[in-house]
Design a protein around this ligand. Structure first.
Ligand SMILES: Cc1cc2nc3c(=O)[nH]c(=O)nc-3n(C[C@H](O)[C@H](O)[C@H](O)COP(=O)(O)O)c2cc1C
Length: 336
């Protein structure tokens, strides 16, 4: 087994399992819920460094986190080293525990601008960028990458070597190339080969859907820590299961729904809370019987209270059932 991450050891213990950053999903509300459920670190969705530096109200709002989330990182993306360093300083001033850079986003608009996974085509330039940003920071700098731009250029080992030389604290690797998007399966062999020879911790990511799979990645020495994205949306108890080692625990859906509503209403204005809750209720329902009828019904609602009633009725009748994997594609696109 490879060693766990000890970056936050003194204050928060060592790190083996964490929630993946996901745009439109890992806002302060979901991060808090998952942190409470056992994710040992949380990271924001990607924020535009241009937006942060310009002081856009929406981007600045997305910078906010709750003290209970710590250790919490804010992820930024961009193409201009000066702007990215400026944005990283803003994140530091906000009090985040670390700055994470997105080098994995495959979205066309982002890569055309030279941001996200476009950096993977120029590892030397990426190194200059990382050293430059690092020279502006007191807090740790981490990065999230893919295995390479395409099949012919799977250069993640070079990227890790360069990142380590620049003082980066860890590299999270989504085991797909940019060209793959979300198709096929994550390549855990290249993650393992990279982790074994890496001087800094490697966080493996891609297609982990169960506690058993997460344990296996650690026990079989694939990586220093595991990052879980879509699996945590389908099964919000996944971190509890991982940490407790119990697969068959009690799933109190009603408690989860009540807590999600409370937090969303506390942290957001009513309109935003409503829109976000609608999305989450749809995701939580996936894998349960009659979930498509439920999704149809929630999209007819136009008020938080109606939505909550509908959701509580639906989830209460499920008792402590566990969602089943219906094998259907789930969120086959994203920013990393
Ligand atoms: C809806 C969605 C949004 C995403 N947004 C981000 C993001 O903002 N930053 C990032 O680094 N990765 C992002 N990702 C990628 C995930 O962090 C993760 O690398 C990917 O989903 C593979 O892991 P999984 O199979 O555990 O979901 C996103 C993925 C999804 C599905």
């Amino acid at each position: 087994m490879l060693q766990p991450i000890d970056l936050f050891q003194e204050r928060f213990g060592s790190v083996r399992y964490m929630l993946a950053p996901m745009a439109g999903i890992t806002d302060t509300v979901f991060r808090l819920l998952m942190r409470k459920m056992g994710s040992q670190v949380v990271i924001s969705e990607l924020l535009s460094s241009e937006g942060l530096v310009r002081g856009g109200a929406r981007t600045r709002q997305m910078l906010k986190f709750d003290e209970r989330e710590r250790p919490v990182g804010i992820q930024i993306f961009g193409s201009s080293p000066e702007t990215m360093a400026e944005a990283a300083k803003i994140v530091q001033e906000e009090g985040a525990d670390f700055v994470d850079i997105n080098f994995g986003c495959p979205v066309k608009k982002v890569v055309c601008d030279g941001s996200g996974s476009a950096w993977l085509k120029h590892p030397e330039k990426m190194g200059e960028l990382l050293s430059f940003i690092k020279s502006h920071l007191r807090i740790p700098l981490t990065i999230k990458v893919r295995t390479g731009w395409d099949d012919q250029t799977r250069n993640v080992k070079d990227v890790v070597r360069i990142a380590a030389q620049c003082g980066v604290s860890w590299v999270a690797i989504h085991g797909r190339t940019r060209a793959q998007g979300y198709s096929g399966l994550a390549d855990w062999e290249i993650i393992r080969e990279t982790a074994i020879s890496s001087p800094i911790p490697i966080i493996g990511n891609g297609d982990v859907l169960t506690a058993a799979q997460a344990h296996q990645k650690i026990e079989d020495g694939y990586c220093h820590a595991v990052m879980i994205g879509r699996g945590a949306l389908k099964n919000p108890w996944i971190f509890q299961e991982i940490l407790s080692g119990t697969e068959g625990m009690e799933y109190n859906l009603v408690e989860l729904i009540n807590e999600h509503f409370e937090l969303a209403i506390e942290k957001k204005d009513r309109d935003r809370a409503f829109l976000s809750l609608k999305k989450f209720m749809g995701w939580y329902a996936s894998g349960y019987p009659y979930s498509s009828a439920f999704r149809g019904a929630i999209f007819q609602t136009n008020d938080v209270d109606d939505l909550k009633k509908l959701a509580l009725d639906f989830f209460a009748q499920l008792g402590s059932q566990k969602p089943t994997d219906n094998g259907q594609p789930f969120l086959m696109g994203g920013h990393g």
